[in-house]
Design a protein. Structure first.
Length: 236
């Protein structure tokens, strides 16, 4: 099922990126509603249109000047651009995405924003193309649920974080088992529903790969599907 998930997600988000580049919009997991106007006022319009997440991880992560940030599944780049402003010229914000059209859109948005401390990388969130202990903070916005191998995603996040580094993501979490009809639907995977981790399973996997002080804070509840802030720390 893993390759089918990757293909379905890549096709869905490539289509969205092409639509935005062409001047139209396409709906997906979320919108730019989670960002205050004073944060987004200077960003390119296409970065806002390509905001497909379920929260604002840049605020969640409490970024500091000089830090290195990695956004897993960076899409059109809104969280990378906001992170770059927060960490300042002495810091750096990386965005990682597997979709060529999204990477092209994100790089255009960075150029329009005049951001010089950003870099967009092509790759899978299950195999991050960065060295061990090279990042202070991992963020992500409604993307980990899209992976078919979430343990690997969390293990990679742990690997690239420096000791004491922070994991601070917005994601979709389930409370209770997901019906098989939804879990096995490629369309529902791409729509950020079928792949949602069960809440206690998320805690278990975070602990298994080495994270401590994990917490899940619901921000929006829709039956057994929850948008949430997920936090954890790599031991110092």
């Amino acid at each position: 099922m893993s390759s089918n998930v990757v293909d379905a997600v890549k096709a869905k988000y490539g289509e969205i990126a092409r639509s935005i580049a062409a001047g139209t919009t396409a709906s997906s997991c979320g919108s730019a509603c989670c960002y205050p106007n004073d944060e987004t006022g200077e960003l390119p319009e296409q970065a806002l249109l390509a905001s497909l997440g379920c929260g604002n991880p840049t605020a969640l992560a409490e970024l500091r000047l000089g830090e290195v940030v990695l956004d897993l599944g960076s899409g059109g780049g809104i969280d990378v651009l906001l992170s770059a402003k927060r960490v300042g010229p002495s810091g750096k914000a990386y965005g990682l995405d597997m979709t060529d059209d999204m990477l092209a859109l994100a790089r255009q948005n960075a150029e329009r924003a005049g951001a010089t401390n950003v870099e967009f990388l092509k790759g899978l969130i299950e195999a991050v193309p960065l060295p061990d202990q090279s990042v202070d903070v991992i963020i992500s916005n409604c993307v980990i649920n899209l992976s078919a191998d979430k343990r690997r995603v969390l293990a990679e996040a742990f690997r690239v974080l420096k000791p004491g580094g922070r994991f601070a993501v917005s994601d979709v979490v389930s409370r209770g088992p997901m019906p098989d009809a939804i879990r096995n639907s490629m369309e529902q995977w791409a729509a950020c529903v079928a792949g949602a981790l069960e809440e206690q399973e998320f805690f278990r996997l975070l602990g298994e790969v080495g994270f401590v002080d994990a917490s899940i804070e619901p921000t929006r509840v829709m039956d057994h599907i929850v948008s949430a802030f997920v936090r954890a720390t790599k031991p110092a």
